[in-house]
Design a protein around this ligand. Structure first.
Ligand code: BGC
Length: 454
């Protein structure tokens, strides 16, 4: 049992039943606005049509290249779809230097084309004509499968000259500038779409794709008549289309102000995209560690934790002067730690803050802080997923999930399920499946669908 002082401190992170219901209602009404032409402009959740209308059958075959930009790493992949719901993936990670994330856009795309060329050379594919699917995990307006206009950067990217431009074309131009590979960009997709497609490849009941990683977002399968922004030419032959909700932006019209804390406001103030992606800033891996750092600092300043610690001033200084020192992976490790030894917690506070002897009580308190921050994130994600499931007509809905927070946090999945039990309509059944390489396999599947449509 953690002491009452820390409980009080964390109270703003504990959402009451009323708050949960209210966020749920607001989320549902915001997504409805995103879908409607007359209200789309005001909506924070843009609900962009992706133009992906065919879910995989499992019979898809062929070799495809895929690019994955927008998570922790940039990757190039070679995906072989083998039919029978089977695929193999070979991939290579290439770091994106920090200055490229904020420099001129053309340089970023030249770097991508450069990595792609190296990959093609390494796999001896110079002369093979290979279609490419580009998983570009940022909000885009799509006007077709391969035309995607970036609306805004998120997650620490801010390259000039890309917002408002067709990123498929920018990639195509960068490949042309090099002139050393025969590669056709046939599809642009969001990582949530990739996740949904790769899970649907295995399980045809999958209708929702969710990422809780560096960023946070979801997509789902919607009936075309509800997607007013979809070009009418795409409404005749297919009944459904995947919609990219872009729920990371939820809250930008003030809908989350009643649950946001001082810590959330501070995280936002210090970010490079102020007042944007407010739901994302409460749920994703880029921010959860920073929230814990701010809470811990407040707890120390108010003498609620590490009371006996002799080097308090130094500890406070380290916390104050090092934004992002506490990472989301630390939060996962601490929540996984065992009572009463707390080996990971003790190692982390020693490594980061130079604290030699953390007491059992202090470790318990820190664990509770981490738990409250992660549980609130999972609750918000569960609200979003439940809202989407309840909208979908099918009685059973499978949710494909991916992202570093979901994958590596020991309890995120159970926190989500616990909340979904309360929010998903009782006549519905749901399940969550972990995606296997959604950004790669998903991109290949969308590329395969695109080739079929030609
Ligand atoms: C982006 C989404 C993406 C999500 C997860 C967000 O910042 O806006 O497009 O799906 O991150 O990567």
């Amino acid at each position: 049992m953690v002491d009452v002082e820390i409980r009080e401190l964390m109270q703003p992170f504990v959402l009451s039943d009323y708050q949960v219901q209210e966020v749920y209602t607001r989320f549902c009404s915001e997504t409805a606005k995103g879908l409607r032409r007359s209200t789309h402009e005001q909506a924070s959740t843009k609900c962009f049509p992706t133009y992906v209308q065919d879910l995989p059958t499992g019979d898809e075959m062929g070799k495809y290249l895929a690019l994955d930009l927008g998570g922790t790493n940039f990757r190039v992949l070679l995906v072989t779809l083998k039919g029978h719901h089977d695929a193999t993936v070979e991939s290579q990670i290439y770091p994106v230097p920090k200055d490229l994330m904020t420099g001129p856009g053309v340089e970023l795309f030249d770097h991508i084309a450069d990595c792609l060329a190296k990959f093609v050379a390494k796999h001896d594919m110079h002369n093979a004509y290979l279609p490419l699917g580009f998983t570009f995990s940022f909000p885009c307006v799509q006007v077709g499968l391969k035309e995607a206009m970036l609306t805004r950067w998120t997650k620490g990217f801010s390259c000039a000259g890309v917002e408002g431009h067709d990123v498929g074309l920018m990639l195509h131009d960068a490949i042309q500038r090099r002139g050393d590979a025969e590669i056709a960009v046939v599809a642009l997709l969001n990582d949530t779409t990739g996740t949904l497609m790769s899970c649907a490849h295995r399980n045809p009941e999958c209708r929702v794709g969710v990422i809780v990683g560096t960023g946070c977002n979801a997509c789902y399968v919607e009936q075309v008549e509800n997607v007013e922004l979809l070009d009418p030419n795409f409404k005749g032959s297919r009944k459904q289309v995947i919609v990219n909700v872009e729920w990371g932006a939820f809250g930008e019209n003030g809908q989350l102000d009643f649950v946001r804390t001082d810590y959330d406001r501070e995280v936002d103030r210090k970010s490079i995209n102020r007042s944007e992606q407010l739901f994302e800033k409460m749920t994703s891996g880029m921010y959860l560690g920073e929230l814990v750092r701010l809470v811990l600092l407040r707890a120390l300043e108010r003498n609620k934790i590490f009371k006996q610690c002799t080097k308090r001033a130094a500890f406070v200084a380290v916390l104050q002067n090092n934004v992002d020192i506490f990472e989301t992976k630390h939060l996962s490790e601490i929540e996984d730690d065992s009572f009463p030894e707390f080996p990971s917690t003790r190692r982390i506070v020693k490594q980061l803050f130079g604290l030699e002897k953390a007491s059992v009580e202090d470790c318990q308190k820190l664990k509770y802080i981490c738990e409250c921050v992660a549980r609130r994130a999972a609750t918000l994600v569960a609200i979003g997923i439940s809202g989407l499931i309840n909208k979908i007509n099918d009685r059973k809905v499978v949710v494909g999930m991916d992202g570093s927070v979901y994958r590596f946090h020991p309890k995120f999945d159970s926190y989500i399920r616990e909340m979904m039990q309360k929010l998903v309509k009782p006549d519905k059944e749901f399940d969550i499946m972990l995606s296997e390489d959604g950004s790669g396999r998903g991109a290949a599947l969308v590329a395969a669908v695109a080739s079929k449509m030609k």
